[in-house]
Ligand binder design. Structure first.
Ligand code: BYC
Length: 470
């Protein structure tokens, strides 16, 4: 199904066939553009080599061209409808999926959509200043690609709110533009989206760890019995894959450059050489990984159980699970802290769904660690990066309120404070990394604290002029 770009709001949901909805969304559009102008990227550009969706089908959904950022066409794209689709889990399993919102699930569905929608503009706000210090035109282009797609993902959630949740939905859509990342008065809903993304190492860690939470949450919403939500998330996941690539290869390149410097100069102390020491990379990793773990909610959650039973939010790859997709009889062991020690609790599988998703995510994160450690090994280094224990630095869930070290020991508050500067980025680390952040906008040039990318975008060479500056 191709997308009509002659419409004011490009879409494949036949917006023109519903004048009321079209007018409501056309009313929201200028507010979105104002928000973008105020809270979006601050760097002035002539145009950027961007990917735009032209088709939601399997082949050729994306088109690449240089586009002035304000002319980027944000639109509403849902994956194609499968008319045979039935609910895949919970108490409505086997029934046809819903094209409208059932009254009894209205509040819960709206909440899930608002939480998802809130993260999208938040990340653009967090990344607002990064264009001023990009390490190359290639990286600058990737930043803007991520930003415009997060903007589009906001559109995706706003469409659902406008189309299916009446006046309350429209009000919620307005509020998505009013809350701001880090605002003391009206912050974003989830913790990680109020943290700063102040430098490019943080950006790569964010796109590796936090965008990956997005991948897993969207994967569970793709299973939803509410078909428009499912179809929206299915298409969002295609765009999300690029964000993962930016994170994975971004960290690859930083690790590779640091490893080279360590090898060439036979020292781990590479800060004076303009490289990012591996210990600082580890501390950034610890931070971004653990605030992302908090995004899964509590390991033991009645919300998650209710969402599942109702058919609103499934499991990662629900169709590949060999069980009854009801889980009413099953139990799971989940982590807990008992009498100051790490232990396990036996709970109903329904209550352990956030834990289940979190573990899928952790296993996926491990693949990055393997890559990065291979780079270290190839450079003859013994240093290894590792994921800290899932209880480390947690503010949400069963570990919140406990002090757990990266290697999984429960310690008292004093020991925690002593260890903290070794485990999480210090002010000195942040200042140092920021001191390396200088824009490199000359064609084909790259900052010296990271290795060049192995390949360019869409078959173009690495030194292609991905961004034209005024
Ligand atoms: N911060 O039963 P609980 C993405 C609240 S990222 C603050 O433990 P539940 C992206 C929770 O709301 C993916 N509050 O958890 C990435 C609840 O409050 P109420 C975003 C938190 O409900 C990069 C209470 O604590 N999408 O797409 O099972 C760039 C108890 O909740 C936090 C989604 O998250 C927190 N970290 O699960 C751009 C999917 N965690 O209701 C984009 C939609 C929990 O008692 N959201 N709380 O007032 C959900 O599925 C669920 O709401 C959560 C929480 C997974 C977030």
């Amino acid at each position: 199904m191709s997308i009509d770009y002659s419409e004011k709001i490009p879409n494949n949901v036949d917006l023109a066939g519903d004048r009321r909805l079209q007018r409501a969304l056309e009313g929201w559009q200028p507010k979105f553009l104002n928000w973008w102008a105020e809270m979006g990227p601050v760097l002035d550009t002539k145009d950027v080599y961007l990917r735009t969706a032209i088709n939601v089908g399997r082949d050729g959904w994306a088109h690449f061209d240089h586009v002035p950022l304000p002319d980027y066409r944000w639109g509403i794209f849902l994956a194609e409808r499968d008319r045979e689709r039935t609910v895949g889990f919970g108490e409505h399993m086997g029934e046809p999926v819903w094209q409208q919102v059932p009254g009894e699930y209205r509040a819960d569905l709206q909440r899930l959509i608002v939480v998802q929608g809130d993260t999208e503009p938040a990340s653009v706000e967090q990344q607002k200043l990064l264009g001023l210090t990009a390490p190359s035109l290639y990286d600058l282009r990737n930043l803007f690609q991520v930003n415009v797609e997060e903007g589009r993902h906001l559109w995706a959630m706003v469409y659902l709110l406008h189309a299916f949740f009446g006046r309350e939905g429209r009000e919620q859509a307005e509020d998505l533009l009013i809350r701001n990342s880090g605002s003391p008065d009206s912050p974003r809903i989830l913790g990680a989206f109020n943290e700063e993304t102040a430098d490019w190492l943080a950006f790569f860690m964010f796109t590796y760890f936090t965008d990956r939470d997005g991948k897993y949450q969207l994967g569970t919403l793709k299973e939803s019995a509410f078909d428009p939500l499912s179809r929206t998330c299915e298409f969002m996941l295609k765009e999300e894959a690029h964000h993962m690539m930016v994170g994975t290869t971004g960290v690859d390149r930083v690790v590779e450059r640091s490893a080279q410097l360590c090898r060439e100069h036979d020292t781990l102390d590479i800060a004076p050489l303009g490289g990012i020491p591996l210990e600082i990379i580890q501390r950034y990793l610890n931070f971004h990984y653990t605030v992302s773990l908090d995004l899964f909610g509590s390991e033991q959650s009645t919300n998650a159980a209710n969402y599942y039973t109702a058919g609103l939010k499934g499991r990662w790859r629900e169709d590949r699970r060999a069980d009854d997709h009801q889980l009413t009889e099953d139990g799971r062991r989940i982590d807990c802290v008992r009498d100051g020690e790490l232990a396990e609790d036996e709970v109903s599988a329904l209550l352990a769904l956030n834990h289940d998703l979190r573990n899928e995510y952790i296993a996926d994160c491990e693949t990055g660690l393997k890559r990065w450690n291979r780079i270290l090994a190839d450079n003859g280094l013994e240093f290894r990066l590792r994921l800290p224990h899932p209880g480390f630095n947690r503010k949400v869930g069963v570990y919140a309120g406990h002090h757990i070290t990266p290697d999984g020991r429960v310690v008292d508050a004093d020991s925690w404070e002593l260890g903290r500067p070794h485990w999480l980025p210090t002010d000195v680390d942040l200042t140092f990394v920021r001191s390396l952040m200088r824009p490199v906008y000359e064609r084909g040039k790259i900052a010296s604290w990271l290795a060049p990318p192995r390949t360019g975008i869409n078959g173009k060479p690495v030194e292609y002029e991905y961004v034209h500056l005024p």
